[in-house]
Design a protein around this ligand. Sequence first.
Ligand code: UT7
Length: 331
Amino acid sequence: MSTINAAITCVGGYLPEYVMTNAELEKIVDTTDEWITTRTGIKERRVLKGEGKATSDMGAEVVKQICEKRGIAPEEIDLVLVATVTPDMPFPSTANIICDKVGATNAWGYDLSAACSGFLYALVTGQRFIESGAYKKVVIVGADKMSSIIDYEDRTTCIIFGDGAGGVLLEPTEEEVGIVDSVLKSDGSGREFLNIKAGGSHKPASLETLKNKEHFVYQEGKSVFRFAVTNMADVSAEILKRNNLTGEDVDWLVPHQANLRIIEATRARVGIPKEKVMINIQKYGNTTAGTLPLCLWDWEKKLKKGDNLILAAFGGGFTWGSIYLKWAYNS
Ligand code: UT7
């Protein structure tokens, strides 16, 4: 009996036009291009401008692009999963809104919240819907308008994050390509190091929370760095080991773009040469759920059918994980 594998068959991406450079940040907060570059690797990031513009607008562009590239109508999409920590509203879900904006009238969908690991979690969720045979066209979007939750007076966070969205189409195949294996982890005790303190049921919005700036991202950078460096490398090593792979078998490492030093530590740990690592942090910063699909989007033309890709991420929660997949097509 043949098995159904879930394969990425198309990639889309969207980046807002506005480029916020380190030079611009130097004028807003007490920082320097040199500090940002050496500590993070970031030179510039994008910001979604415009009244009422939201995460769904970026996600909708991604889904439209995927439909055009793949030559399918939005009505053919069965399911849309959106990984985001910046939904348009607490409810309805951004997935609902995207489906409406693109005319995916036969799709259902929902949002998934796992911060920087959101795309990994959503990809594995989508994989299961395909493998079950229930659905044929599942779109996974990773999208975040981080500028909506960043305090541009806080130099420890505003230099890192950017806005952007990416996504993939998952379809069934009987070929030996697609998502092979995944290791996903979480540890909620890490919530104290990276969070938004107010606006949820734990601490609803009030004048007090507004005054205390508790609706912005809070990060204890050093602690998160320590956990990220160890766990992203560990989980990548774990997925290689249990699939009997070494760094030499990997064609591309696709790491979450949070900090160039974290990426480098992961690369070194699993023994993958530098030229096989996707890095675009210098252009986009950390787009949270957007980083992994935006890497795939930027590198799509270089990917060949059968290539071994290792995706890895670490983020708020804590959440982290790694996916091993075999690329399914030549562009
Ligand atoms: O994607 C989700 C997961 N998030 C991450 O993976 C992020 C992990 N953390 C990091 O990437 C790093 O911790 C940061 C980039 C956030 C910070 O880098 P760091 O090397 O850990 O710096 P630090 O927080 O230890 O700060 C070092 C110094 C401090 O000054 P003192 O106390 O040594 O005088 C900070 O006040 O750098 C100062 N500093 C800055 N200086 C200039 C902090 N932010 C800035 C800044 N510009 N923007």
